[in-house]
Design a protein around this ligand. Sequence first.
Ligand code: GTP
Ligand code: MG
Length: 324
Amino acid sequence: MQTVSPQNPDFRCGFVAIIGRPNVGKSTFLNRMIGERMAAVSPKAQTTRRRFRGIKTEDSYQMIFVDTPGVHRAPQGKMLNEYCVSEALDAIEDTDAFVYIVDGSRELKLDDPESDEVFLISQLQRVLKKRAVPLFLVLNKMDLWEKGKNKFSEQKGFEDLISRLPVKAVYPLSARTGDGVDPLVAELIQTLPTGPAFFPLDELTDQSMRQVAGELIQEQLFHFLGDEIPYSCAVEIVSYKDPTEGKRLTEIEANIHVERESQKSMVIGKGGAKIKEIGQSARESIERLMNEKIVLRLQVKHSPKWTKDLEQLKRLGYTVPERR
Ligand SMILES: Nc1nc2c(ncn2[C@@H]2O[C@H](COP(=O)(O)OP(=O)(O)OP(=O)(O)O)[C@@H](O)[C@H]2O)c(=O)[nH]1
Ligand SMILES: [Mg+2]
């Protein structure tokens, strides 16, 4: 492993918080930045539940991107949702720059004061009042725009957003294809403070492989299960043994907790077909990342009301902080 002491006195290092409503492409952007598929991505909203740091290191800088759960107005009493939102709001408190992502292929509606976007804007305004942090607005999903027509910037909502926040620059891009990301990265580098790297130069995340594996299994639950069930599922890695512990291959055992007994059979599927598909896909994405074969064993467990029970949430690694 390389050391954290670049000799260059002009070396820059800092944190960039990626924020936005659910489903706008934050995790896709994070993965694009680090060049690996580590953060879970899915077409369903609220895929990301925890902050996820991805590290991009080059000769002259280290940029630590913080992917966050989509900011939304968590319904009262939904503890898992509250946890997710608090994870995102904590990340905006202390950062060197913001990448604020909106889905540029959809209309931005800021008329409704109860909307998630307006809530996020108010949170950013609160933080920016205390501390001036450069904020870059990303209009993502540019690949979905009609050719040669920037529909989004012609919309009322766009002007409205720019008038509410001190946006330093606007970047239309596609996190999926990578088109348009380079100019944003170039500008972000300039906003980072000079100083030594925080993380080893060859690290892509501060998460352990154990945590990343949990994230990639969760991703497959979102892909293979119907609209509602993934929100009732939590992945718990119960054991992670690598070849240093006498195993031929890395062996990972995980429990998938479901809230209701009836969901168990849906996750398992007829004759175990569904869980097999989930396991196979998760194994493949973990293997792709680790560049080696692994063994993955999944078990489905009924943990009644885990999304609403503080003790169970804690045990599964979702610690809901005191109300701010
Ligand atoms: N066409 C297109 N789709 C995109 C782009 N970026 C992301 N997506 C898709 O948008 C969906 C949501 O992407 P995510 O990266 O999971 O979004 P997110 O903002 O992290 O969502 P949450 O974690 O739920 O807050 C997925 O289906 C992505 O493949 C893009 O540039 N173009
Ligand atoms: Mg996400």
